[in-house]
Design a protein around this ligand. Structure first.
Ligand code: NAP
Ligand code: ZN
Ligand code: ZN
Length: 346
């Protein structure tokens, strides 16, 4: 299937228009017309090889919202015209304990990424969502509730599920105090979900200009992190803090804000490892954990939750020729709060 998109041809080079073909439909595949594709900071990390060597040409994009245009002969889950989404992975082994438990992102063989990896045949480079069409196995796509705006939905496929999953896993809800570090694409979804789940929610941000937006999204508190004294003066009373920052940072002042048995969940993925203060960790039997996106079943649960609570991402819709500028602005934390590409313009 002939497809138009934008690709990075070499690490750190600007994205350029790119034409390629996608596979013909297998019996359990669906084809979709992509309507919108979100720009995740992980796209930038990979296009710039900040996580190590990457595969080029690379069509990034793993926040995909579109409409089914064709189905394979054995497809039962979707029909032509359905609004569906595809996220960070397009396949997995389907046999291991994680896959069987609906935790495909933790597949023991490794999930098959939407781009910057090989498909399960081991030789075709998977190409992502900055394009006008997509082909995916029905088991790795989800249904988009009919009441939600498609542009605002696209970021839910990565940013949304990546914050929804740890909030559910660590029991965010009434009576719990939750902190979100970084009000970017992921962080603003974490804020919306934590508030909707009933938790007392604090945003930690290095951008004072985001205070009003955070309040408008329901934040109970907004703490500017530029001055270490501000954090040091706060009580140690958080149950859960989710760190979505994309850059290197000192975790200790945040770890210190956790109460007994509190957990700091690492979600942001800067290239360098963190330094951990052991005394701070053991002082209140605190934990540091990690969390990666979410499985297909939980992604559907998250979308249904969004449908019930009318939650979508706050987006700036852009044309494909603005992607390179959008990357620069994202790195400067200058996006409100996710860039989404209008895929009808490829
Ligand atoms: P983003 O939109 O760029 O947001 C990151 C936020 O971090 C910024 O808006 C900013 O918030 C804060 N920040 C950035 N640079 C900073 C600095 N130098 N010092 C302090 N704070 C800084 O990125 P994103 O798309 O949300 O992704 C965030 C991270 O999560 C990336 O590393 C990405 O690769 C990773 N990620 C992980 C998963 C997973 O499964 N675990 C999934 C998707 C993405 P303020 O302006 O409010 O401070
Ligand atoms: Zn992502
Ligand atoms: Zn598996």
């Amino acid at each position: 299937m002939e497809t138009k998109g934008y690709a990075v041809l070499e690490a750190s080079k600007p994205l350029v228009p790119y034409q390629f073909s996608r596979r013909e439909l297998r019996p359990t595949d669906v084809a979709l017309r992509i309507d919108y594709a979100g720009i995740c900071h992980s796209d930038i990390h990979q296009a710039r090889e900040e996580w190590g060597p990457a595969l080029f040409p690379m069509v990034p994009g793993h926040e995909i919202a579109g409409v089914v245009t064709d189905i394979g002969s054995a497809v039962t889950k979707f029909k032509v015209g359905d609004r569906i989404g595809v996220g960070v992975f397009i396949d997995s082994c389907r046999k291991c304990a994680s896959c069987k438990a609906g935790l495909e992102q933790y597949c023991i063989e490794g999930m098959t990424g939407t781009y910057n990896g090989y498909e399960r045949d081991g030789k075709t480079i998977a190409q992502g969502g900055y394009s006008d069409a997509f082909v995916v196995d029905q088991d790795y796509a989800v249904t988009i509730p009919s009441n939600l705006d498609m542009a605002g939905v696209a970021p839910l496929l990565c940013a949304g599920i990546t914050l929804y999953s740890p909030l559910k896993n660590w029991g965010a809800g009434p009576g719990k105090k939750v902190g979100i570090i970084g009000l970017g694409g992921l962080g603003h979804m974490g804020l919306k979900f934590a508030v909707a789940l009933g938790a007392h929610t604090t945003v930690f941000s290095h951008s004072p200009s985001k205070a009003q937006d955070a309040k408008d999204m329901g934040a109970h508190d907004f703490v500017v992190t530029k001055d270490p004294a501000t954090l040091a003066a706060m009580p140690k009373d958080f149950d859960l803090i989710l760190n979505t920052v994309s850059a290197d940072m000192d975790l200790t002042p945040f770890l210190e804000r956790l109460k007994l048995d509190g957990t700091l969940v690492l979600i942001g993925l800067p290239g360098k490892p963190y330094e951990i203060s052991t005394p701070t960790l053991l002082a209140q039997r605190r934990s540091i954990a990690g969390s990666m996106i979410g499985g297909i079943a939980q992604t559907q649960e998250m979308l249904n939750f969004c449908g019930e609570h009318s939650i979508v991402s706050d987006v700036e819709v852009i044309q494909p020729d603005y992607i390179n500028e959008a990357y620069e602005r994202t790195v400067k934390s200058d996006v409100k709060y996710r860039f989404v590409i209008d895929a009808s313009k490829f």
